[in-house]
Ligand binder design. Sequence first.
Ligand SMILES: [Zn+2]
Length: 168
Amino acid sequence: MPDLGHDEALMLALLNTAPVIDGVRRDELADTEGAQAWLAAQGWPAAGNPARTLREARDALKSVILGAASPASLDPFLTDVRVAPAMTDEGLKWTLDETSDKSVAVHAILAWNTLNTTSPGRLRPCSNPDCELFLIDRSKANNARWCSMAVCGNRMKARRHYQRSRQA
Ligand SMILES: [Zn+2]
């Protein structure tokens, strides 16, 4: 498990649990079975972390990233959370009390905070208006626009090509 605040992959996966496929939004966290399958796919114990808390944390994080809510709106997810310091050969590490049924939400929010502090603007929504996924831009030029070049990048290129050929 990565050091607390560095679960970027988990955070991004959580943000992207409600993809729009062929115009229809699917929610991988819609019910307990879905949430447990998603947790297992992330390598997380399926116990705890109820679907509702995961959905609420995801939607709250999305609102903050999209500028519709302030970071302080994430605070309720962090109440009663306990972390403990541990000295390791790699330096000081903070670990979360994993008995919390909010542990995935907490890991995701702390990862968002770390990323937002160290790499502001790198986490953003996909530029395809029909897509509701997010991406973390790790390119040097910081100009990545698509959640996936294979899906949204090619789709938007094809759309622009089609529009140009219609106008011609
Ligand atoms: Zn996309």
